[in-house]
Design a protein around this ligand. Sequence first.
Ligand code: NDP
Length: 341
Amino acid sequence: MSNLVSKEIRLKSRPVGMPKDSDFDLASTEVKQPGAGEVLVRNIWMTVDPYMRGRMMDRESYVPPFQIGEVLQGGAIGQVVESKSDKLKAGDYVQSMWGWREYATEKAETFQKVDPSLGPIEAYLGTLGMPGMTAYAGLFRIGELKDGDSVFVSAASGAVGQVVCQLAKAHGCYVVGSAGSDDKCEWLVKEAGIDKAINYKTCGDLNKAVGAAFPKGIDVYFENVGGAHLEAAINHMKPFGRLALCGMISQYNDTMPAPGPSNIIMAVGKSLKLQGFIVSNHLDMIPAFYEEMGKLIKSGEMKWQETVEEGIENAPKAFLKLFTGSNTGKMLVKIGPDKAV
Ligand code: NDP
C-alpha cells in the first residue's frame, strides 16, 4: 500500500449565494498506513446532502463549519483494505463520515459495519441511511403521524421525501407530494404510489393547487423546502395539524434573511404545532426504523431512485445539482469499484 495516492475535494472558498465549481479544489494526498487501532478504507460511494451548504458558512451551528483549504466531510461507504484493529477486518463494508476522498486511514471506531444483505450498500447513504432515518423520525416523532392522516410532503421525490411519502402510504394515509418536474411527479404517483403530485414549477398558484389537493385540509406537513410551500401548507392545515420542519432548501443560498411566512398568525387560531428537528437527536429510533424499513424493502413496497455522478472529481458537480433539482432521489457519487480489482 505504499505510495498510494488519494484524490480528495477541499473547500477553496466559502460560497456566496449559489455555490460554484470554483469554490472547490481537487487535491491529491499520500495515503497513510494504518497505525494501531486504525483501518485503511477505500471509499466506494459518497453522498452529497443539502445540509453541507450550511457547513460551508463560517457560523455556529449544530455541526462545525468546514475549513477553507481542508478536505470536506460527509457520509461514505467503503471497504476495509487493511486493518490494525480487532473491530474490523479487511473486506468489511463500512460507513463513515470520511467522504469527499478516495481513501481514509482513521480510527476503527469512526467506521460502522454495514450489512450488505439488507440492501445495496449505497442505500446506507439514502433510504437505509441518514435521509431515510430523517424521514422516519420527522414523520412519526415530530409529525406524530396517525394512520389515515392527510399528509403533504415538499421535495417529495428527493432522498428524504420519497421515503416520507411511502412510509405515510404504508400507514394508510392520503399523501400529496410536490416536486419540480413532471417526471418526478409521475414517479411519485406511479411508483411510490402517492395519491397526487403537484409540479410546483408549472402549477401556477401553489396555494390554490395545495388547497385543491386537500379539500378537507392537511394533518401533517413534512417541510423540506420553505417559502411559498410553507405558507401554502399553513393556509390549508387542519386545526391541531403538525408541521415537521425538516429543512428549507429554497433558502440555503439566500444572501439576505428570508421573510418569515406571512400567515404564521394562523398557527395560533388553528392550534398548529410547528417543530424543527435534527435527525441526530433521534438516533434512539434506529432499531424501529430498520425493523419497519426492512419489512417494506423485503415486500417491495419501499422503492427509491438515485442519481449517480461518477468519480470523486465530479463530487462538487453532484452537490450543485441539489440546488437546481437536477437530482432525482438520492444524489450519490460513485468513487470506486464495488470490489477491489
Ligand atoms: P433532495 O434529495 O430532496 O434534493 C434536494 C431537492 O430539493 C432538489 O432535488 C429539488 O427538487 C429541491 N429543491 C432545491 N431547491 C429548491 C427550491 N428553491 N425550491 C423548491 N425545491 C427545491 O435532498 P434531501 O432529501 O437530502 O433533503 C431534503 C430536505 O431535508 C432538505 O431541506 C435538507 O436540508 C433536509 N434534511 C434535514 C435533515 C434534518 O436532520 N433535519 C436531515 C437530512 C435532510 P425539486 O426538483 O422537487 O425542486
